[in-house]
Design a protein around this ligand. Sequence first.
Ligand code: CTP
Length: 215
Amino acid sequence: VVSAGGTREPLDPVRFLGNRSTGRQGYALATTALARGAEVTLVAANTELPDPAGVKTVRVGTALELRTAVREAAADADVVVMAAAVADFRPWAVTETKIKKGETDPDPVVLVRNPDVLAELCAQRLRPGQVIVGFAAETGDATGGVLDHGRVKLGRKRCDLLVVNEVGPGRAFGTEDNAAVILGLDGSTTEVPNGPKAALADVVWDLVAARLAAI
Ligand code: CTP
């Protein structure tokens, strides 16, 4: 199971909170898995990419829809890769009619937390021996660098592999290429130089295959 794209959290019938994910990395993971002989379900959130031939594609919009589709497919999957950019929060209220500009200042948008689909899957392990891969889009900040944040996230989510991307202008989102460091729950570190998203996908599948073989 591979999730791809970015969720959109509606505010009203015409507006949403979203992100810059195009879905290309997730699609590359799905098609490279298919090429290796896997049976693939792709849960695609708001991508403009066509359904890849030979892959079961389930289209979703919001984080809650993505969660339902991923969990259903994950129940009998050997591997789950969460490449989708899932919104951490959604508007508390969605109006049935368009929010009008009016004459006064707007009301603040109140947000509520979405479930963390990856962390839930890792805590519950719906299928014994399932290998779970997460992605982390990070920027460094005053509290630490990109890899420091990645290691903290791995400790929190406890997925088997965490693909850490540095984000910034021309990096990761909306680009053709991707560079990453893949952190393993077993302490391993694999550097993937900048290259096509299919090349990163192949490294991910090599690492996943090694873990499946070890079970
Ligand atoms: N993810 C998820 N459910 C969410 C948010 C994220 O399953 N509600 C998954 C993503 O698919 C990705 C991983 O968690 O595989 C990392 O997402 P990221 O946004 O980098 O991490 P957050 O937990 O949102 O942490 P923060 O925003 O504080 O960096």
